[in-house]
Design a protein around this ligand. Sequence first.
Ligand code: FAD
Length: 334
Amino acid sequence: MESLTKQDLAELRELCPGGVVTEVNLASISQWKIGGKADVFLRPSSTEEVINLRRWFHEREMPHVVVGLTSNLLFADEGLRVPCLQLGPRMGDVAIKHTNVYAQAGAWVPGLACKLMQAGLTGGEHTCGIPGTLGGLICMNGGSQRKGIGSSVVAVESVDQVGTHRVRSAKNCDFAYRQSVFQNNNEVITSAHLRFALGERAAIRSDMRAILAERRKKFPRKEPNCGSVFKSDPAMYAEIGPPGNVIERLGFKGMRVGGAEISPEHANFIVNKGGARAQDVLALIAAIHNGVRSATGYLMQAEGYYVSVSGTVIPLDRAAREYGDAARAAIQRA
Ligand SMILES: Cc1cc2nc3c(=O)[nH]c(=O)nc-3n(C[C@H](O)[C@H](O)[C@H](O)COP(=O)(O)OP(=O)(O)OC[C@H]3O[C@@H](n4cnc5c(N)ncnc54)[C@H](O)[C@@H]3O)c2cc1C
């Protein structure tokens, strides 16, 4: 992958004023605190900027990666040689009109949940502890308490790979458990229209407090992590239980490779104890995946994604298989 020229960077600075950062240390900005150096991050402040950036990339056939707060991503140890488009606080506006909520994709999810509570709207409580952006949440159809954000979506605005602005109704977003059309269509979500129900502010606040207290009890909070590593599979859940319980029963809790550890607090979390490398995490994912498959026959799917140095984004379990040799070497080193 050819690196960007000075002329390229000058053009990008015109298309995305104030939002171009070079030489970004992924280990300092990513949620897992893992990853090498990224050449350039672009943080647009409007849909128009996203459209112009995507047109610029398209004209040059230049691959690029789209991220929110990186709370579901593992970056490669080698870093990232393609531009990274990050939608965050510069596109974080939220407007509430009665039960309708219009929010930009960079809105911080826990902040959005608080705004809903203050407006007396119920239905978004389950998202109050999810540390991502609305764009990332919609892409992942994330949620908790057996819910997903998709059920509150009316429409999603996005920009496709040639820079065309699109609007999709919820029906056309193909929401399913932790899935949406945005995982495969290479569109950048720029904003969404959500709808919630009227509720009692005090009851909503108390539900949110209970959800946050339960999460504090169950999930590791001190070390960097990316939330649950494996998705819950309904058939596996019914037969032998949720991923965390199954992984724990197989004795994986506390297993360590390099700086990465299967959390002793919750076996479906891999935490960075300090200086963890992506290869360490992939080695643990491969070990769990293989262990659960041999013991139970179930092939667990990972929730998060691996971002390779050339910008390919693939599910973590697939990355653990594809980078299996390095992962096995990391297990042997440990
Ligand atoms: C401590 C912790 C707890 C968590 N708990 C939960 C939980 O309870 N439930 C849950 O569902 N998840 C949970 N997660 C995972 C994660 O927070 C969610 O998946 C979140 O919605 C991801 O948002 P993000 O902005 O960080 O997206 P990122 O991690 O940056 O990206 C995730 C995916 O979304 C895509 N994406 C991001 N923004 C856009 C956009 N604007 N347009 C198009 N695609 C985009 C990326 O390309 C990537 O494929 C947790 C994570 C952590 C660290």
